[in-house]
Design a protein around this ligand. Structure first.
Ligand SMILES: [Zn+2]
Length: 241
């Protein structure tokens, strides 16, 4: 099916306009779905794949509270600004919805509004994770992440919130299939590995490190580094462990 610019030619329906611009290409695989009262189209097409597991073979990824992710290469992926704003709006809409009388047309309207906004927030999250996982799989041969799919981690409410927001399962899911596609290896460090507490310079381990300490300062050698970067570097070394 031909497509390009802001239109797609669908079988039996013909040309339809799209909200976002699309690549000029032809596709044989597309999926049309409806979420809330909006229609979505997903399609696959082929691109020339450039193999470039360049300078840094191994990369460690620290999924953070402050940032979406910090890589051992020094690259930082920030949380999308739109995300926080939209989460707040989501809370507001859901509260407003709960207050509408059951069976009323106002309740029906607010339900659609809420569902539409849910879809929007989930799209922002997925999009930022796709950018991150694309970068990782296109630039590195070995990717090391922490296992955050643990209920024990959830004892810390602040951290739990951040992990839930970043969508660890979605992050891992994307990494798994993209690693297959690009031929990378994914290593999931075991959950007890104290990546934040170890000094990436001398290997000394701190007894404790609170979440509010944003900079790692080693008690032994004095090495000072951004907390998340220190953790990411430690993770990258797990590839050799
Ligand atoms: Zn040290």
């Amino acid at each position: 099916m031909p497509m390009g610019g802001t239109s797609v030619k669908l079988p039996t329906i013909g040309w339809v306009k799209t909200y976002e611009g699309t690549t000029t290409t032809t596709t044989t695989k597309l999926t049309i779905s409806r979420i809330a009262d909006e229609w979505y189209i997903a399609f696959a097409y082929e691109v020339d794949c450039v193999e470039s597991h360049s300078t840094h073979e191994v990369v460690g990824v620290d999924v953070g509270v402050k940032e979406l992710a910090t890589l051992s290469t020094g690259v930082v992926f920030a949380n999308p600004k739109a995300y926080k704003k939209n989460i707040q709006k989501l809370k507001r809409l859901s509260k407003a919805h709960a207050q509408k009388a059951k069976g009323s047309s106002n309740r029906h309207k607010s339900k659609i509004k809420l569902a539409r906004h849910h879809a929007k927030v989930s799209n922002i999250r997925k999009d930022s994770l796709h950018k991150l996982t694309n970068h990782l799989c296109k630039n590195h041969a070995v990717i090391v992440i922490e296992d955050l799919s643990v209920s024990g981690m959830m004892q810390n409410h602040k951290l739990a919130q951040s992990i839930a927001d970043c969508g660890f399962y979605e992050f891992k899911r994307q990494l798994e299939y993209k690693c297959k596609k690009y031929g990378c290896t994914l290593i999931v460090a075991d959950r007890w590995y104290p990546s934040s507490k170890i000094c990436s310079s001398c290997g000394h381990k701190k007894e404790s490190l609170s979440l509010s300490e944003r900079v790692y300062v080693c008690d032994k050698c004095g090495h000072t580094l951004d907390r998340d970067l220190n953790a990411a570097i430690n993770l990258s070394r797990r590839a050799l462990a």
